[in-house]
Ligand binder design. Structure first.
Ligand code: GLA
Length: 383
């Protein structure tokens, strides 16, 4: 069965959950209930893809079993008007055809690995190469393109989904069978918490993240250049022309990369700094001052002055990839039928640093049998 967008919205509405807001709909008081499932579409081989609707503490989200994609995330503005603040598509076909990782889970390795090569315990590995001569976001068929097993839960005041995917030994060139579990939780305060876990049966490298494109004024509403961003980082990792880190941890002071105090994203984005030119804007990893922490700690705040909506991010990861939507080029039509142009959304990807398998001075991304990879990122919303 072919599902078009209207069917999907009707399905979500039938499940008692708000459909994607087209231009800031007013809603009834926030509720909480068991996550509701509807059929979103089918892949070419017939595999069903479901959409899961979740709601708690004033936050509503829709998650696909394909790629663990956050298809929409709705939060109120200062006057209680909801809108979808996450870029996405109306149909499964568009996600499959060509998506710049809208809302997706990223694995096995977030961001780039130089020439898709690394050596671990004396063995050289060649990964799937999908970004010029480099590997980006796991390779040609990364976790963003896999169908995850989804298990809903309600636990105390939380609601959420467990997402499971097992990546076989050698998939995309990575060693080891990687068993991955990602948990999306909406808390009673409306926070969206992401817990990543993975185990392996052979030494491997792992760096999982989430690739939501935020626009706190609403997806399809225009540029994020007025959004004010704060990142608690005194250093970042400069890159070469292929966006591979040089290995240096450069100071942000007196550069466009200084977001230690709230600054509009667009203020320095046209500065003729070599790193801004390489990224065609911001597309870099910030070295978080707090380093790796046992628990998630606050690292970044994003605020849209027009709506008053805020997003605060806490993580136990040491890095944050801030990508200012530079490759959006006006060729994709988003969820509410509006064209996405350069800078219409931005990503804040908590992570270990890009290309760590080839950078001995960066925190290690190696996972060994008997150990469990665990990271957490919490997104808190306000207005
Ligand atoms: C990441 C990368 C960018 C780009 C986007 C997706 O943020 O760093 O260079 O690949 O993903 O388009």
């Amino acid at each position: 069965m072919e599902l078009n967008r209207r069917t999907v919205i009707a399905g979500a509405a039938a499940a008692g959950v708000a459909a994607t807001a087209l231009g800031g709909t007013a809603y009834a008081a926030p509720g909480r209930g068991r996550p509701a499932r509807t059929l979103f579409g089918r892949l070419a081989d017939g595999t069903k893809v479901h959409s899961w609707a979740l709601e708690n503490g004033g936050t509503r989200m829709e998650v696909l079993s394909y790629g663990g994609i956050v298809r929409s995330l709705e939060i109120p503005d200062r006057r209680g008007r909801y809108t979808n603040v996450s870029l996405g598509f109306g149909t499964l076909e568009e996600y499959v055809a060509s998506s710049p990782y809208f809302g997706a889970l990223i694995g096995r390795y977030g961001n780039r690995i130089d020439k898709g090569r690394f050596t671990l315990d004396g063995t050289a590995y060649q990964l799937s190469v999908n970004d010029g001569e480099n590997t980006l976001h796991g390779g040609a068929q990364g976790f963003d393109k896999r169908v995850w097993d989804v298990e809903p839960f309600t636990r105390g005041s939380d609601v959420g989904l467990h997402l499971y995917y097992t990546s076989v030994d050698g998939e995309m060139g990575y060693p080891g069978t990687l068993r991955t579990k990602v948990t999306y939780t909406l808390t009673r305060d409306g926070d969206w918490r992401v817990d990543y876990e993975a185990t392996t049966d052979r030494a491997t490298v792992v760096n999982l993240t989430s690739h939501v494109y935020w626009n706190l004024a609403g997806e399809g509403s225009g540029s994020i250049h007025d959004h004010e961003l704060t990142v608690d980082a005194s250093r970042y990792t400069p890159v070469d022309a292929g966006l591979i880190p040089t290995g240096e941890l450069a100071r942000v002071a007196a550069t466009p990369f200084d977001f230690r105090r709230a600054k509009p994203v667009g203020r320095d984005i046209r500065t003729a700094h070599q790193q801004v030119l390489y990224g065609q804007g911001f597309d870099h990893n910030w070295v978080l001052d707090k380093g790796i922490t046992a628990r998630p700690e606050h690292v970044a705040t994003l605020r849209d002055p027009s709506s008053g909506r805020t997003l605060r991010i806490a993580t136990n990861e040491p890095g944050l990839q801030f990508y200012s939507g530079n490759f959006l080029d006006g060729t994709l039509v988003g969820t509410s039928g509006r064209v996405y142009r350069q800078g219409d959304g931005l990503c804040l990807e908590t992570q270990h640093f890009p290309d760590s398998p080839n950078q001995p001075s960066f925190p290690s991304t190696v996972l060994r049998p008997g150990r469990t990879y665990r990271t957490t990122t919490v997104h808190s919303f306000g207005a």
